[in-house]
Design a protein around this ligand. Structure first.
Ligand code: HEC
Length: 123
């Protein structure tokens, strides 16, 4: 006995352009949502303990304190220049380069994640 294929021709239906457009829509929306999530979640899974340790090791706060006084935490976003998690990470990356710290990308993320948790609180 031969099974009747549910499709009119061959194993795979060949979708026409109209169908393809409808298939593309959720894909585009999904990608956009994924990107937005990735933006907000760049610190997800960051190693906070490592970040804290690196900040002590590189004396971030000691130098900031010399510049702004107090415990140095006043340098963090006084003018609201950094507006997103991505910019914050970019700033840490810039300091990394500037100060020649030689941090690995995960380490930059870890440090930025600590700053975010303690000071910036970007979602
Ligand atoms: C040699 C001194 C020095 C060291 C060491 C240093 N910084 Fe800074 N940092 C500064 C100064 C000065 C500013 C303020 C720059 C400005 O306002 O333009 C600053 C600003 C920043 C800012 C931006 C604050 C804002 O919201 O605008 C971040 C973030 C930052 N530092 C992170 C770090 C981290 C993380 C480390 C350690 C890994 C570090 N810095 C080590 C001197 C230093």
């Amino acid at each position: 006995m031969q099974m009747r294929s549910p499709w009119p021709t061959g194993c795979w239906p060949v979708p026409n352009k109209r169908v393809l457009r409808w298939l593309a829509l959720p894909w585009v929306l999904g990608m956009a949502a994924g990107l937005a999530w990735a933006q907000a979640g760049i610190f997800a899974g960051a190693d906070l303990a490592l970040g804290r340790q690196l900040m002590d090791q590189h004396r971030c706060e000691a130098c900031h304190a010399r510049h702004v006084g107090g415990d140095g935490t006043d340098v963090y976003n006084p003018a609201g220049r950094l507006k997103t998690a991505g910019l914050l990470r970019g700033m840490v990356e810039a300091c990394n380069t500037q100060l020649n710290l030689g941090l690995f990308p995960e380490e930059v993320t870890a440090v930025a994640a600590v700053l975010n948790r303690d000071h910036y609180r970007f979602k």
